[in-house]
Ligand binder design. Structure first.
Ligand code: GZL
Ligand code: ZN
Length: 338
């Protein structure tokens, strides 16, 4: 499991060898060190975006449940609190500790080349999950797995077109309030592009305003409540995750504006977390587009391929669906893993 000492030293091995002198060549004890090293777990340095949303918490849980000691892993974890600089320093720390693999969900797409070059120079494979980086040099990472966020946005627009048709509102002027997720995150870029292309394809749809909800309930509540002070003639609020939808709903309720299945404002959301699907089942959210946070098993498959000397797919996408209230029951929601 553990790479042989000759190829790359694990942290513990490096410490022992350092204690034994630079080459560690002291006869028997070197064999002992190698034996010790060979029994070590696979050490994974994981840099997580933060704990900003129910989705993110489920994502972290999936990684912790997958990379357990019993299964031969040691998972080093860092919560970057949504700050790229914290992720970069965590990755540098993992390089120093000579982990076997670095896994991270990049908070934003830009600004990773330098630190990933350092990981490459240290011979540590980097696996990117969930969001993506923007780089000219694809050799800086071994594999990426996650969701197709643009496709999620397209799903929402196709549903909205159909829903409005069913409501006899196909030719009505539709005003959409757009609440973005963390600006510069792949999930924000993709879902926003899906919305913008959908609006461009419907001359009677318009985006009333673009607000930044940062994927959190608190920030979304703040910006939507402020917006509703100037304009309440909104037909749809497009929230780029469930926690933003909860914030928008909080602001609508305070403003006395009805929403959801029987209300004036259509709520579109993403993630389909347990809390989001419960609100959808109750008719508060009209559409919840799934974004699967169970990245642990998918990252493990990539690592196992690498451990076996195989080459994983460079990009692998997870299949996702969407939910409307009539799809949902408590049993269905309880049967899901997040
Ligand atoms: C999507 C992920 C997003 C979720 C948000 O894969 O990057 O980040 O949609 C989370 O809930 O904050
Ligand atoms: Zn916008």
């Amino acid at each position: 499991m553990k790479k042989s000492c000759g190829k790359k030293y694990g942290f513990l091995t490096a410490v022992i060898l350092a204690a034994l002198g630079s080459t560690g060549c002291t006869g028997g004890s070197r064999e002992a060190v190698q034996t010790e090293a060979e029994n070590e777990n696979i050490v994974i340095g994981f840099s997580e975006v933060g704990a900003e949303s129910d989705w993110r918490v489920a994502n972290t849980e999936s990684m912790r449940n997958t990379f357990t000691e019993e299964k031969g892993y040691e998972l080093m974890f860092n919560d970057a609190k949504q700050k790229q600089e914290n992720q970069i320093s965590a990755i540098r720390n993992y390089i120093l500790q000579a982990v076997d693999y670095i896994v991270f969900a990049p908070a934003v797409e830009e600004g990773w080349d330098e630190v990933l070059q350092e990981a490459k120079d240290a011979g540590i494979p980097v696996i990117i999950m969930d969001r993506m980086i923007n780089t000219e040099d694809e050799s800086l990472f071994t594999a990426w797995e996650g969701s197709d966020f643009y496709a999620e946005g397209v799903t929402a627009m196709e549903w909205l077109e159909e829903y409005l048709e069913e409501q006899g509102r196909a030719d009505e002027e539709i005003s959409i309030l757009h609440v973005k997720g963390t600006v510069g995150a792949t999930s924000q870029i993709g879902r926003t592009e899906g919305l913008e292309n959908g609006v461009a394809a419907h001359e009677n749809w318009e985006i009333a305003a673009c607000l930044e909800g940062e994927y959190t309930q608190a920030k979304t509540y703040e910006v939507v409540a402020e917006y509703l002070e100037t304009d309440t003639d909104i037909d749809v609020i497009y929230c780029e995750n469930d926690n933003s939808a909860f914030g928008a709903i909080q602001a609508l309720e305070e403003a006395g504006i009805s929403y959801g299945v029987d209300g004036d404002v259509i709520i579109i959301s993403f993630d389909a977390t347990e809390a989001g699907l419960t609100a959808c089942m109750n008719g508060q959210i009209n559409l919840d587009v799934e974004c699967n946070p169970l990245n642990g098993p998918r990252v493990e498959m990539i690592i196992q391929q690498l451990e076996n000397g195989e080459t994983p797919e460079k990009y692998s996408y997870v299949d996702e669906t969407y939910f409307v209230p009539e799809d949902l029951t408590e049993d269905l929601i309880a049967s899901r893993e997040y």
